[in-house]
Design a protein around this ligand. Structure first.
Ligand code: BEZ
Length: 238
C-alpha cells in the first residue's frame, strides 16, 4: 500500500452514517439511492467484475434468495465498475446457460449498477487499492428504512460471500430494533437474546436477586427467551 494512502486514508461511510446519496444507471433503469428505498431495508453490495466465476456463483445464489429477503422488507442492489451492456450480457448468460449447484434459469431481477467512473465505488470505499485498483472488492452495506448504514462487511476478491449469514445479519438487526435486545454470538431466531445491560447498581442488584424471566450469567450478562414465531411473525411480511 502506498504511503499516501496510509497517512491520508480515504474517507469511507461508517456504521451509523446516512448512506451517501447517488443517482445511477442500472439494469432495471435509473435509481435514486437511497431515497427511493425509504421505508425498505436495502443491501447494497459490490462485486469485482462481470463474467467471473466467484461473482457468478454469488449472483445466482443471491438472486435465488431474493424473495426470502423481500419477505424481510429488504431489497438488493448490486454494483460493479463494468458498463451496462456488460451487465446485461452477463445476466443473460447466467439465465440462459449457467447451471450451478442445482440452480438454473436464474433471473437476476434486482438492479445492477454500472459504475465505470468508479464514482459510487470510491464513495463507498469499495475500491481497496491493496487488493485491486481496477475492481471493487466484495463490499456489503446493510441500510435501514431511514437510510442509515447498519452493517458493513468487506470480503476480498477471492472469497465468495455467505448469503445465509447476510440474511442472519438482516434478521438480527430487525430483531434488535423490534424487541430492544442484542443478539449473541451465532444467534438465530429462536435462540435466547441479550437483555440491555443494567444501567444502575439498583438494577444490577435486582437482576441478580430477582431474575424474573431472565438467565443472568452475571449482573452484566443476562439473556431471555424470545420465541422464533414471535420474531419471524413480527419481522416477515405475511
Ligand atoms: C471471481 O469472481 O471469480 C473473481 C473476480 C475477480 C478476481 C478474482 C476472482
Amino acid at each position: 500500500m502506498d504511503v499516501n494512502t496510509q497517512t491520508n486514508p480515504p474517507s469511507m461511510p461508517r456504521i451509523g452514517d446516512k448512506a451517501p446519496a447517488f443517482k445511477a444507471v442500472t439494469t432495471q433503469g435509473e435509481i435514486n439511492f437511497p431515497d427511493q428505498y425509504a421505508g425498505n431495508w436495502v443491501i447494497l453490495f459490490s462485486h469485482p467484475a462481470d463474467f467471473t466465476p466467484v461473482c457468478t456463483s454469488e449472483f445466482m445464489t443471491f438472486a435465488t434468495m431474493e424473495d426470502q429477503f423481500a419477505k424481510a422488507n429488504c431489497k438488493l442492489v448490486g454494483l460493479s465498475v463494468d458498463g451496462l451492456y456488460s451487465h446485461i450480457a452477463w445476466l443473460r448468460t447466467i439465465k440462459d446457460k449457467i447451471v450451478y449447484r442445482g440452480m438454473k434459469n436464474v433471473e437476476v431481477k434486482f438492479p445492477l449498477i454500472e459504475d465505470i467512473t468508479m464514482e459510487v465505488a470510491k464513495t463507498y470505499g469499495m475500491i481497496q487499492p491493496g487488493e485491486s485498483t481496477t475492481k471493487a472488492v466484495r463490499a456489503v452495506f446493510v441500510i435501514d428504512p431511514k437510510g442509515i448504514i447498519r452493517t458493513i462487511i468487506y470480503y476480498p476478491l477471492s472469497l465468495g460471500r455467505n448469503f445465509d449469514e447476510l440474511y442472519r445479519v438482516l434478521i438480527a438487526l430487525q430483531t434488535a430494533d423490534a424487541f430492544s435486545v442484542a443478539t449473541p454470538a451465532d444467534w438465530r431466531p429462536g435462540d435466547e437474546v441479550i437483555v440491555p445491560p443494567a444501567g444502575s447498581c439498583g438494577v444490577a442488584k435486582e437482576r441478580m436477586e430477582n431474575k424474573q424471566d431472565m438467565t443472568c450469567h452475571d449482573w452484566f450478562f443476562c439473556t431471555k427467551k424470545l420465541d422464533k414465531d414471535k420474531v419471524l411473525g413480527t419481522i416477515l411480511k405475511k
